[in-house]
Design a protein around this ligand. Sequence first.
Ligand SMILES: [Zn+2]
Length: 223
Amino acid sequence: MIPGARLIILGRQGAGKGTQCVRLSRHYVVPHISTGDMLRAAVRERTELGLMAKEVMDSGALVGDDIMIGIVDERLRRPDADGRGYILDGFPRTVAQAEALDKITVERPIQVVIDLDVPRDIVLARISARRVCRDCGTNYTATGNERQPWICEVCGGDVMQRDDDTPDAVNRRLDLYETQTAPLIEFYEGQGRMVVVDGVGHPDDVFRRLTAAVDAAQGVAGT
Ligand SMILES: [Zn+2]
């Protein structure tokens, strides 16, 4: 029987984290919990914290640590996560959040924090090559040899680049990510829980590296 797992996954946008989280979630039979999904669920279900978060978001501000940690705490106490574990994606973002997370998981600590590492130039190239049909949303990858104007094979709409996928916009997001995440990586390295997994290569190979890292961490930490 495959044991559950309690993981945090970090990684640049475009590193393939979404795809790998779905596979890990199936493999270890644990929920993939992303910050955005959690917030939306709390708001939808009108929990006390969800209503507080909605008020903050409606005012155009960012939801603060206290509310966010409360929402994470509520989610991790649900039977699926409480029983088998979870994959946390997008949380924590700061050392203060990481410290609060340690407190709420003190009885069953996070087993491993994985940094899915894809070099910046590679993710920049991946994101810069993304194109999308303006009408039906079908995704494409530009090779540079497309006939212009580029017409969607599915619906005949215009295939374009999103405004926030231009190299300038992507570079700004990547800068913000490095600035935010560097202290977090240092924090988890200090605890001896950080593992860097090479995210370059075929998704099947990356997935094998990820499960090897998780299984190794569980062998050391027990379950
Ligand atoms: Zn289309």
